[in-house]
Write a protein that binds this ligand. Structure first.
Ligand code: S3P
Length: 191
């Protein structure tokens, strides 16, 4: 007698309109601030991947980097984002390196709708120097590091479903640009 193996049911790929909205971009681009506003305009829950990692690890991102190093951080980030994206629809602000991880990027492409907040170096530097907590910018020349990250990451962030320029104007304006672009993709806004 032939025994047929029972396959686990495949998780359906959600339609674009049902997907979580995932903000990607460099440190200082405004992912958390804009994300929070976007979530409230669309009446969706908001999650911040960095905060979730801090809550899960019981320490700050800075301490996490110091204690366990960047590879362990990336692993934690991958797990946290996978958990969030398997849950109900929400707006998710990711840390700047998340979309650079091939596994996380693949998952975001499959389960999320990605939004790149693009900003130029002067705006990013102005914002990150106000809150000097980022471990990647703590040593060496922060501006040179930011330039390197722009060169490495912008071609990859460009794979996001939507790109919105953050030019230093009000976060509200960036949020409205996102809502307009989402509407063009058939994603409804309730504001
Ligand atoms: C990182 C960005 C940070 C945080 C970590 C690493 C990066 O998040 O995840 O310090 O690799 O660009 P923000 O982009 O929210 O600052």
């Amino acid at each position: 007698m032939q025994v047929h193996e029972q396959k686990a049911p495949q998780e359906a790929v959600p339609a674009l309109q049902q997907r979580s909205l995932v903000l990607v971009g460099l440190m200082g681009a405004g992912k958390s601030t804009v994300g929070r506003r976007l979530a409230s305009a669309l009446r969706l829950p908001f999650h911040d991947a960095d905060h979730e990692i801090e809550a899960a690890a019981g320490c700050s991102i800075t301490d996490f980097f110091e204690r366990y190093g960047e590879p362990a951080f990336r692993e934690g980030e991958r797990k946290v984002i996978a958990r969030l994206l398997s849950g109900p629809r929400h707006v998710l602000a990711t840390g700047g390196g998340a979309f650079m991880d091939p596994q996380t990027r693949a998952l975001i492409k499959e389960r999320g709708l990605s939004i790149w907040l693009r900003a130029d170096i002067s705006l990013l530097m102005e914002r990150v120097t106000k809150r000097p907590t980022r471990p990647l910018l703590k040593s060496g020349d922060p501006r040179a590091t930011m330039e390197r990250l722009i060169n490495e990451r912008y071609p990859v962030y460009a794979e996001a479903d939507i790109t919105v320029d953050s030019n230093g104007g009000p976060h509200e304006a960036v949020m409205h640009q996102i809502i307009t672009k989402l509407a063009a993709l058939g994603v409804k806004s309730y504001s």
